[in-house]
Each structure stands twice: as C-alpha cells, then as structure tokens.
Design a protein around this ligand. Structure first.
Ligand code: HPA
Length: 276
C-alpha cells in the first residue's frame, strides 16, 4: 500500500465492509494505546473483528501480533475501539499507519480519541501522571499527507490551529476538577523511535517546546484533521527524561507505569464519550 493512489477507494471499500457487519454508525473511534487497553472491559461488545479479516487493513508480519476493531456501546454511546495500532517504527509506511482513520471517517465517524504512553520532559511531571494533549509537534521524518492530495478527504494545506478539540478538553478538565482527579496538560512531541531518547534528545524535546515525547499519535491526528475530525488525546507519563532525573527506561517499566494510570485514563475517556 506504499504507493497509494486510491487511498480513498480502498478506505471506502473497507468502511463499506465494516458497515455491513454492524447496523449503526459509531459516534466515536477510540485508539487504545498503552494505558487504555482495559477500556475494553467497559464496552458492551457487539462485534469484534480481527485486523486480518478486514479488507485492505495493514497486515502484521509479526507472529502473534494482536489487533482488532471492537464495536459496541460505551457509557450509552456507540463506539469503535482500535485494539492495537500501527506504529511507524514497525515498518509500516505513513499511509498504512493512518489508514484506520481514513476508514473511520469513511464510516461517518467524526470524533476520534487517541491515547498513548510517553516520556515526560516537563519538570513538573512525574511517572504515572496523566496528560491531556493540548498540542503536538511533528518530529516524524515525514508527514502522512505528503504526496498527491485527494480533495474528497480534505484540503492540500490543512489548518492545524486546533489539533485537539478545545471543547473536548474542557469537558474532561471540568470533570477532573469536579472529581478531584489530578491531570497535567501539555504538548506531545512525536518521534519515529524505536529507540528511547538519549539525554541530549530529551533535552532537545524540552527546548523545542515538548512536554512529553512518544512514538505514535501525531500521524493519526494529522490525518484526522485533514478530514476535519474532532480529536481528543490523552497520554500517560511512563518515564521521565530530564537531566536531573533520567532513569533507565525500558519497555517493561513503560507498561507497568501505563497500567497503574489506566483506571484514570479509562474513567476520563469514558466520561468524555458519555458527556460529549
Ligand atoms: N520516549 C519515547 N516514547 C515513549 C517514552 C519515551 O520516553 N515512554 C513511553 N513511550
């Protein structure tokens, strides 16, 4: 799919396939990153479809790689959850990484929630903090919209003045304040990975205006905004990368920290879906 010239037709075909399996249009698509996996437990599931059974979906070559779309009801709203995302560092190209967002839009879905784990570089952040993403910086080596533009999706030059919906942010902020849930807010800087950052790179992230750094989310949000979707992003700070406090970051630690913060992320996303 690297030379996609018919991304529109392919995503439409996939959307029609999925629409044939369910008889409603979900209101939300929710990308379950590290720190939100257990949201699945809150969903009354209508239907789960494995990525390998979805036409045109990127195929994972990694043995035993999980991945499915879960259709169902979350706090009274119809949603589709993406259980497992495609990362650029795995070798997928940008069109593959962002293909699910094209499909969601083709299905008529207008609201997207993205979640992830990230390394904090803001000095006020601690491991386990939950950060609402208010903005992002694209440090991936390419932009998913590079190449011919299909006007049916959106304009050539995309307005990125509000990548993360102010209204959605306000709903979650208000809920958190009322219920004494401590949240942080900040800018997510996306890098390709798969290496974690060197100390110099963490410092660079902070100096260019990032509060947290991770290896996903930015491409998906760019493509969602191309189609004028409304986006909410949330991140769990799983390690800290400041010169004063760099500790050995590894995948196990990231998963452990993400798991610990999971109930909060799950509650906030659930409430957003319920209230907005
Ligand atoms: N850097 C990049 N990606 C990450 C990190 C990090 O420190 N933590 C979790 N995902």
């Amino acid at each position: 799919m690297s030379e996609i010239i018919n991304e529109f037709e392919m995503s439409l075909e996939t959307a029609n396939f999925l629409k044939g399996k369910i008889n409603y249009t979900p209101e939300y698509a929710i990308v379950l990153g590290s720190g939100l996996g257990s949201l699945v437990e809150d969903i009354e599931i209508d239907r789960e479809i494995s990525y390998k059974d979805i036409p045109n979906f990127p195929v994972s070559t990694v043995k035993g790689h999980k991945g499915s779309l879960i259709f169902g009801t979350l706090n009274g709203k119809k949603i589709v959850a993406m259980n497992g995302r495609f990362h650029y560092y795995e070798g997928y190209d940008m069109k593959q990484v962002t293909f699910p967002e094209r499909v969601f839009w083709q299905m008529g879905i207008k609201k997207l929630v993205v979640s992830n784990a990230s390394g904090g570089v803001n000095r006020n952040f601690s491991i386990g903090d939950v950060m609402l993403i208010t903005d992002h910086i694209n440090f991936f080596p390419e932009n998913p919209l590079r190449g011919p533009n299909d006007e049916r999706f959106g304009p050539r030059f995309v307005n990125m003045s509000e990548p993360y919906s102010r209204k959605m942010l306000q709903v979650v902020r208000n809920y958190a304040a009322k219920n004494n849930i401590k949240i942080k807010e900040g800018t997510y800087l996306g890098l390709q990975g798969p290496t974690f950052e060197t100390l110099a790179e963490y410092t660079m992230v902070r100096n260019v205006g990032g509060d947290a750094v991770g290896m996903s989310t930015v491409p998906e949000v760019i493509v969602a905004k191309h189609m004028d979707m409304e986006v909410f992003g949330i991140s769990v700070i799983t390690d800290i990368g400041t010169a004063e406090f760099i500790e050995e970051v590894n995948h196990q630690e990231v998963l452990k920290a993400a798991k610990a913060a999971e109930p909060i992320v799950r509650e906030l996303v659930g409430k957003l879906v319920e209230l907005y």
